[in-house]
Design a binder for this molecule. Structure first.
Ligand SMILES: [Ca+2]
Ligand SMILES: [Ca+2]
Ligand SMILES: [Ca+2]
Ligand SMILES: [Ca+2]
Length: 349
């Protein structure tokens, strides 16, 4: 009798485990940066319009959001001139939260000067101001711990003699009182590379990975992605995954909806963009002419089918051009000014 009991207990445990794994969503991507303000699962066309900023005046900034569910425009006054947008879904209610990063670096040029995040949570309408240590390109998304985005920056620090400077690039994240820092490179003057964050979930574990794109300005074809797969921990010593990828502009996203971010970007060929996307599921390379020189690359899932859609914002006439992955149709929206910052543009914050 006792044997039968333990047999059934074991059987139930196995079934329970199978059920847990079967019910896990196949796609575990970090959705905190879908830029979906109305919560319908589709990226919304959205802009940040900085307020005026002079020595004596800081005018109010505005977020403009076109709800994909209704087509209505929301105008949200938030932040001021000099602030940068920092949109993400911080309270995990499925809706993007308006937020800005007020970095004093721009005025004082003092490294490691304190800065503040101002976040208005969509679930409560309350605004929270959070002190933040560090400055640089805003990279807020989910890197560690629970699903909430960490507050983070990609830092570029000067070392030593300013006339013969060396630079350190790295990631700096804050999760509550915990700080995570990861320096990724040190380079002295004479380098021909420019490093920029190329964030995504390349291994499909639900966390964004520390990843950059290294663009070589001198030797054509020698640019590459460099990825340190999550988990993001201090003192991570594994060498990065290096993936040569010849593009001038980056557009990482999940274009084949397998949960893994795909290497993607565009080259400028005779004044037009030629997108290159390497599907992580098959390794196949997809090329697509989409956009012209000067356009801002704004990939997102605008039709909500789980696949990233190639898209551009054209500052010269304020028009969005979106190539829908669901039916390979396209749409055009004249919406915004040339000086606006499109929210879905990588590294625009
Ligand atoms: Ca939406
Ligand atoms: Ca939210
Ligand atoms: Ca993929
Ligand atoms: Ca899509």
């Amino acid at each position: 009798m006792r044997e039968w009991c333990s047999f059934f207990t074991a059987l139930i445990s196995v079934l329970l485990l199978l059920w847990i794994f079967a019910s896990r969503p196949a796609i575990a991507r970090d959705n905190t940066v879908l830029f979906d303000f109305d919560g319908d699962g589709k990226t919304d066309i959205a802009l940040y319009r900085p307020g005026i900023w002079t020595q004596t005046v800081r005018g109010t900034s505005h977020f403009y959001v076109r709800n994909s569910s209704t087509g209505e425009t929301m105008v949200i006054p938030f932040g001021a001139g000099g602030d940068r947008p920092a949109v993400a879904d911080y309270d995990l209610d499925g809706k993007a939260d308006v937020a800005i990063f007020r970095s004093w670096e721009d005025t004082l040029k003092v490294p490691w000067e304190a800065s503040d995040y101002w976040i208005r949570y969509s679930s409560t309408g309350q605004t929270e101001v959070i002190y933040h240590f560090g400055y640089g390109t805003v990279i807020n998304r989910n890197f560690v711990e629970d699903g909430r985005p960490e507050l983070g920056v990609f830092t570029h620090r000067v070392l030593g003699d300013p006339t013969d400077p060396c630079y350190i690039d790295g990631f700096l994240l804050a999760s509550g009182i915990n700080l995570f820092q990861k320096d990724i490179t040190e380079e002295c003057s004479g380098g021909w590379n420019r490093r920029m964050p190329a964030l995504g979930d390349y291994n499909n574990d639900g966390y964004s990975d520390a990843a950059i794109f290294v663009r070589n300005f001198v030797v054509r074809g020698s640019s590459y992605y460099e990825i340190w797969p999550s988990p993001f921990v201090a003192g991570y010593t594994e060498p990065p995954i290096v993936r040569p990828f010849d593009v001038e502009l980056i557009a990482p996203g999940d274009y084949d909806a397998d949960g893994k971010t795909d290497l993607a970007g565009a080259n400028i060929v005779q004044g037009r963009y030629r997108w290159k996307i390497e599907f992580s599921s098959t390794g196949e390379l997809w090329q697509l002419p989409w956009g012209i020189a000067g356009d801002k690359i704004v990939p997102g899932d605008y039709d909500g089918d789980g696949k990233t859609d190639p898209a551009v914002f054209r500052p010269s006439d304020g028009t969005w051009y979106i190539f829908r992955s669901s039916d390979w149709g396209w749409e055009e929206h004249q919406w915004g000014l040339g000086t606006d910052i499109p929210i879905p543009e990588p590294n625009s914050f």
